[in-house]
Design a protein around this ligand. Sequence first.
Ligand code: 5AD
Ligand code: SF4
Length: 336
Amino acid sequence: MAAGENPSDSTLAAIISSSSYDAILSEKANLIRRAIYGNQIFLRGLIEITSYCKNNCYYCGLRAGNANTMRYRMSENEILHACNYGYSLGLRTFVLQGGEDPAYTDKAICSIIENIKKRHPDCAITLSLGEKEYNSYKSFYDAGADRYLLRHETADAEHYRFMHPENMSLEKRKECLFALKEIGFQVGSGLMVGAPKQTVDNIISDLRFLQQLSPDMIGIGPFMRHSSTPFASYENGSGELTVRLLALLRILFSHALLPSTTALFTLDGNWMPKALKSGANVIMPNLTPLKYRKKYELYDGKASLSLDSADNLKILVKKLESLGFVYAQTRGDVKR
Ligand code: 5AD
Ligand code: SF4
């Protein structure tokens, strides 16, 4: 399978379900990443602005129905402070992520975007705030936001239904993604690897959907159980499959920005170097103030003060250098 090639479903199925191609996949992916992005790794400062969410996804610790979690919201001032701190560390992209929290009006979000851009015009702003109306997305874009992350989670309608309550739908999720593209955002989507009841066919559907969407960024990480959710008793996703899929994504989507995610890091810190050598080229160090960080509990044991914390950036950069990479102190836009 060569870069840019469109493999058949049966080829994809063979690759997804066996470890026998892993070495060759990861070598290929590494070469492709190197040819396009060199040895640069892009770092994004992740700011988890609110742990409130109106939704009830069955897998997620932030779900509205979880009464065993502490909630917080960051003020605009706190967010601006976090950006200043990130800027001083060389970060040039800030990712504002949160649950779907109606307490932040569009106006409030636009004000945050405008004020970050005023202070740091050389930085990119990525939003990850869930499903919104077209006009809300448009106002964020007009205020200066550059990118939007919204994982589709699973592209199989039945599987989507199994993972989400009735009031959410795959159709709506797809609509949002295509709206974001139309507006002009650099768009990121992605799936949860090893989600409960996920099949090989589901993953092939995910890849086909991504081919249709043609995103600039693709975020994947293993499903991680959270004890206070309906999915508490399912097994965690596999790091091996996550890295295999990262390599496959790099081959299918040569130019995509592919993060090595916190979920993968939480599963085992040793997966990160493997992910980077298999095509991943982004890391998102956590910039959320420490007093809030433990409360943003998407899943049990989420890494909070580890190597992917901004507080440990120097150690992370050393680690990257020891692996033959460099910390790119730039916005790190997609190369199309
Ligand atoms: N395991 C792994 N990832 C999760 N997310 C939410 N809950 C979990 C979980 N239990 C991911 C979703 C979402 C992102 C914010 O966090 O993919 O898009
Ligand atoms: Fe809310 Fe996102 Fe968690 Fe779903 S995955 S409950 S939308 S924070």
